[in-house]
Design a protein around this ligand. Structure first.
Ligand SMILES: *[C@@H]1O[C@H](CO)[C@@H](O)[C@H](O)[C@H]1NC(C)=O
Ligand SMILES: *[C@@H]1O[C@H](CO)[C@@H](O)[C@H](O)[C@H]1NC(C)=O
Ligand SMILES: *[C@@H]1O[C@H](CO)[C@@H](O)[C@H](O)[C@H]1NC(C)=O
Ligand SMILES: *[C@@H]1O[C@H](CO)[C@@H](O)[C@H](O)[C@H]1NC(C)=O
Ligand SMILES: *[C@@H]1O[C@H](CO)[C@@H](O)[C@H](O)[C@H]1NC(C)=O
Ligand SMILES: *[C@@H]1O[C@H](CO)[C@@H](O)[C@H](O)[C@H]1NC(C)=O
Ligand SMILES: *[C@@H]1O[C@H](CO)[C@@H](O)[C@H](O)[C@H]1NC(C)=O
Ligand SMILES: *[C@@H]1O[C@H](CO)[C@@H](O)[C@H](O)[C@H]1NC(C)=O
Length: 504
């Protein structure tokens, strides 16, 4: 029986195979060499690229802490009403990857900028993209804990505060209100930024941010329960086929010539490895498809049709595949890995990382101990209990460090968040789509009049932030309308306070 350890990101899930190989929890690659990612860069003219000399360590006065690095940010002035009008500044708090990729998938900011005459700024997270400390040498910056130690969410938030204040100073826009935006880990950072730096940002739109996924506050079974529900709600057969497939893969792999049977059934390239890799590869497809179960065709992680979970189940339920589990699963995997039709064979060992997300492995071994790996007996994945020890062992082997699972909730708060923020926070929108496995760790209920939860039953991972399309369903249009309305309220209150000379 395969054991699954899923080191998850908002991206990265990885498999621990039956033979106990942990592959690097990197970003799941499309396994299609011929995909031309620069095609999607047609939106590159959306912004200008700038660099800011950032301090390496905001929290220590030892001389090495004074080292600096070049931090990238993207800026768009097109709609800005200018400093003289105190026009707003919308800031995206970058996630664990290349900031251009996040900017190009955050159409909401580009589409709302003209409504508010807003300046747009997308700041890259340290250690990702082109924002690499140690002279921009990624090999050196990622070499071991002696350099990676400066990769943390608290440092990143301090970077954002420092950069935003300096930018406002340069633009003589000290009274321009700042609103922060982010999705996924970037959404966690946006919410935390509002809580930690209320003097820098007047509000935060925190989309699909599992800030409660720490420290047993959210059940470790929740993540895979939601994926299971997504598939099971399409069809009971779809769920059953997936559920029984793991045993069938293991049984086949154990037979003489079994690996060759699997290799052929799934059109795996020659470098085929093991049942565990195949299971991880399929698990990745199911997990990311659930996360990006968007109502329109997209190309976020991989090119996908509208409602891809439905399409996968259609492939599984296809009567033409009769009783052949592998043929059914191949059809489903083809939706995630080969929707473009370009793949000639699938490379399970492909660990290419087109969006530069590799640094998450370090974050997942230090503070981001998000509990997601449990599978109940009803899960479509093999049953397993969440094991902190598996993570611990992985992190010791990989970095020779121990995670600090309680640090994030200590630093930012998470337990009893309703009680805490009711009397403390304001001006935060928590968006969650309930088809998104991360929604289990999200804030799903209003906390106060100004810390509000927007929940979309049919929504997936930060769907609200994506570029709008003509095919967007009504519920999605309503979500965005409501977000715009709330933001406009924050701004009018701010301008009201600014005009009132008794507020100083
Ligand atoms: C990828 O697409 C871009 C934009 O269409 C094009 O300029 C570039 O030559 C393509 N690259 C490859 C390797 O096909
Ligand atoms: C980057 O750092 C690595 C490891 O220290 C070193 O071997 C390499 O020469 C450096 N590269 C550059 C371009 O300096
Ligand atoms: C960590 O990396 C640095 C820079 O490459 C190197 O000088 C140091 O020896 C490494 N330390 C360990 C324990 O490997
Ligand atoms: C502000 O201006 C200074 C001086 O030109 C420059 O070095 C710095 O990078 C600017 N800050 C930002 C955030 O661009
Ligand atoms: C979470 O709960 C499980 C079972 O109730 C327990 O074994 C585990 O130690 C807890 N983990 C943490 C981080 O509290
Ligand atoms: C289909 O597979 C199931 C389970 O493996 C088996 O019980 C059943 O007899 C099969 N049906 C046909 C028509 O082969
Ligand atoms: C990818 O899809 C195309 C078009 O449907 C198909 O011809 C090709 O065989 C598929 N690739 C794999 C590896 O299955
Ligand atoms: C998970 O833990 C429960 C309670 O300790 C146990 O009954 C169950 O068998 C475990 N499940 C697995 C898959 O190990």
């Amino acid at each position: 029986m395969a054991i699954w350890v899923v080191v998850v990101w908002f991206a990265a899930l990885t498999q621990l195979s039956s033979s106990s190989i942990i592959t690097s929890p990197g970003f799941p690659s499309p396994a299609i060499k011929s995909v031309n990612h620069s095609k999607s860069k047609s939106k590159a003219k959306l912004y200008e690229e700038k660099f800011y000399t950032q301090i390496l360590d905001h929290f220590n006065y030892n001389p090495p802490s004074y080292h600096t690095f070049q931090q990238r940010y993207l800026i768009n002035h097109k709609h800005w009403g200018g400093a003289a009008n105190n026009s707003p500044i919308f800031v995206y708090t970058g996630n664990e990857g290349d900031i251009e990729w996040f900017a190009q998938n955050t159409g909401f900011m580009f589409e709302t900028a003209p409504l508010f005459n807003a300046l747009l700024v997308f700041i890259e997270h340290r250690f990702y993209g082109k924002s690499i400390p140690f002279g921009g040498n990624k090999t050196l910056a990622y070499s071991n804990s002696s350099t990676l130690g400066w990769l943390s969410s608290t440092q990143a938030l301090a970077d954002y505060a420092t950069l935003v204040l300096d930018l406002k100073h340069n633009l003589s826009a000290t009274d321009s209100p700042v609103i922060v935006f982010g999705g996924s880990y970037g959404g966690m950072l946006a919410a935390w930024f509002r809580l930690k730096y209320p003097h820098v940002a007047i509000g935060a739109l925190s989309s699909s941010a599992p800030i409660l996924n720490f420290d047993n506050i959210t059940s470790p079974f929740s993540f895979n329960d939601i994926i299971t529900k997504d598939f099971r709600s399409e069809s009971e057969n779809c769920y059953k086929v997936i559920k029984r497939s793991w045993q069938e893969i293991d049984d086949t792999a154990a037979k003489p010539g079994g690996l060759e049977i699997l290799r052929k059934a799934f059109r795996i390239c020659k470098n085929y490895i093991s049942a565990g890799y195949l299971e991880g590869w399929l698990g990745t497809a199911f997990t990311y498809t659930a996360m990006t179960d968007y109502p329109t065709p997209t190309n976020f992680l991989n090119p996908l049709p509208a409602y891809p979970v439905k399409q996968m189940c259609k492939a599984i339920d296809d009567p033409k595949t009769g009783n052949n589990t592998f043929e059914k699963l191949y059809g489903a995997a083809n939706i995630y890995y080969n929707y473009s039709g370009d793949a000639t064979c699938f490379d399970l060992a492909d660990d290419s990382d087109p969006h530069g997300l590799g640094g998450w492995t370090w974050q997942a071994c230090t503070e981001m101990i998000l509990l997601t790996d449990g599978n109940t007996v009803d899960s479509m994945f093999p049953p397993s209990n969440y094991s902190y020890n598996d993570r611990l062992q992985f992190c010791k082997d990989r970095f020779n460090i121990e995670p600090r699972p309680t640090w994030a909730p200590t630093e930012f708060g998470a337990r009893h968040i309703h009680r805490v923020l009711k009397r403390f926070g304001s001006n935060i929108i928590f968006f969650n789509g309930l088809r998104d496995p991360w929604s289990g760790g999200g804030v799903l209920k209003d906390i106060s009049k100004t810390v509000v939860a927007i929940v979309a039953k049919k929504g997936a991972h930060h769907v609200d932030l994506r570029f709008s399309t003509n095919e967007d369903p009504k519920w999605l249009k309503e979500v965005r309308k409501r977000e715009v309305h709330i933001i406009s309220k924050w701004l009018s209150q701010y301008y009201h306070d600014l005009a009132d000379s008794s507020n100083y």
